[in-house]
Design a protein around this ligand. Structure first.
Ligand code: GLA
Length: 387
């Protein structure tokens, strides 16, 4: 990968002298979905796939961006002193947003840079290719210009850029998982205060398998932002009767006791998901620590039902993948993962059932949707690094 990027860099900019190559991972979330903007817990892990970038400082204040995934877009130029606003369907919104967010923190680039990237996360799969590009950019800026920020800051800066430059009101999970990933470990993160704990993912005799539905429904960002604002309204209604900072502060019992304060049936379901999903996540991590993978799987299945019925972020294709997976012996748990409305499912599958899982699921999915699913056996990787 390094050679490939350096070669392209030299082709575009004359030579690759002094160029470094960097990597930041994508993520898959095991459980704790749509809890990260509700002060709840999440349990994602970094992948070994993500975004690679070759970069070097320039003498002037120009920014040059080139993506080997969008070669047709060609070499794109911007001015480090006048970034302008995000433009529709322009991948450079992500690196530009991060440069912009660094500036807001008082870290101004003293000069421009050239950057060539290549990502090996399938596009639109919900495995956080955008967060990996944000964390990659932040990591490059820190290395090239010596900006004094931690990896947690890189996650926060990436989220700030996504929220305020790109207009997607995401939580912190994706950027945190990318910036703080640790090989063979999932991250149990409390988004209320960013305290976290690494949990070794020991699944004796089983593996995590991601299945890509290859569908991405339109208006994902607006539907996501709508869910978030429904939760915010539900929270302010609950705050009239109970002293909480986020939906993640409530137990199931407390929620049931106070839910009548929420004045709309849809918002009751949205909030119920946020509260129950957070409690499921806490329980799932406890189960994992006790080597109770079976219970972990049951909680994953319950997470899917809640995301499907109460939060309504699943879709027909994803439900088919999950329903079919549940029928296959050796599947310990299966659910939608990520923001939803398409993308991927995550399943825990016994080693001896992995081949059957792929064959049966591929066949059933093809028959029912006419689409070909793709499978990845998850390897949990580290956060960003220099190659
Ligand atoms: C997207 C967002 C995350 C999180 C998930 C849902 O991936 O970027 O912040 O909210 O959806 O859990």
């Amino acid at each position: 990968m390094k050679e490939k990027l350096l070669k392209k860099f030299a082709e575009l900019f004359g030579d690759a002298e002094g160029v470094k190559v960097y990597f930041a991972p994508g993520r898959v979330n095991l459980i704790g979905e749509h809890t990260d903007y509700n002060g709840g817990h999440v349990f994602p892990c970094a992948l070994t796939i993500g975004t690679y970038g070759a970069a070097r400082k320039r003498e002037d204040h120009k920014l040059h961006f080139y993506s080997m995934n969008f070669e047709k877009a060609g070499l794109l130029e911007a001015d480090a002193d006048a970034l302008g606003e995000a433009k529709e369907s322009d991948w450079t919104n992500y690196p530009k947003g991060v440069i912009w967010a660094f500036e807001k923190r008082g870290f101004k680039m003293p000069c421009g840079m050239d950057m060539v990237i290549f990502g090996n996360i399938p596009n639109g799969s919900g495995l956080s290719s955008s967060a990996s590009l944000e964390v990659l950019t932040g990591y490059i800026l820190r290395d090239l210009y010596g900006f004094d920020v931690t990896n947690v800051d890189l996650a926060l800066i990436g989220q700030y850029a996504e929220n305020n430059y790109n207009g997607m009101n995401c939580g912190i999970m994706d950027q945190f998982a990318s910036a703080m990933g640790k090989k063979d470990n999932a991250i149990f993160l409390d988004t209320a205060d960013l305290s976290y704990e690494y949990a070794p993912l020991v699944l004796e005799g089983a593996k995590v398998v991601v299945t890509n539905s290859k569908v991405k429904h339109s208006l994902v960002n607006s539907a996501y932002n709508q869910r978030r604002s429904e939760c915010e309204t539900a929270l302010s209604e609950l705050q009239k009767v109970v002293d909480i900072k986020g939906l993640g502060d409530l137990s199931e019992e407390e929620f049931e006791k106070h839910k009548s304060a929420i004045e709309d049936e849809v918002r009751v379901r949205r909030a119920r998901h946020a509260v129950y999903e957070n409690q499921r996540t806490i329980r799932a991590v406890e189960a994992l620590k006790k080597n109770d993978v079976k219970l972990f799987g049951e909680l994953m299945n319950a997470s899917h039902v809640s995301l499907r019925d109460d939060y309504e972020v699943s879709c027909e294709e994803i439900d088919i993948l999950v329903d079919e997976a549940w029928k296959i012996p050796g599947v310990i748990g299966s659910r939608i993962t990520g923001g939803g409305f398409g993308g991927c499912t995550v399943s825990i599958v016994k080693d001896e059932a992995i081949d059957t899982f792929q064959e049966q699921l591929e066949k059933a999915y093809q028959e029912k949707t006419g689409k070909t699913a793709e499978f990845y056996i998850v390897e949990i990787g580290d956060g960003p690094y220099i190659l």
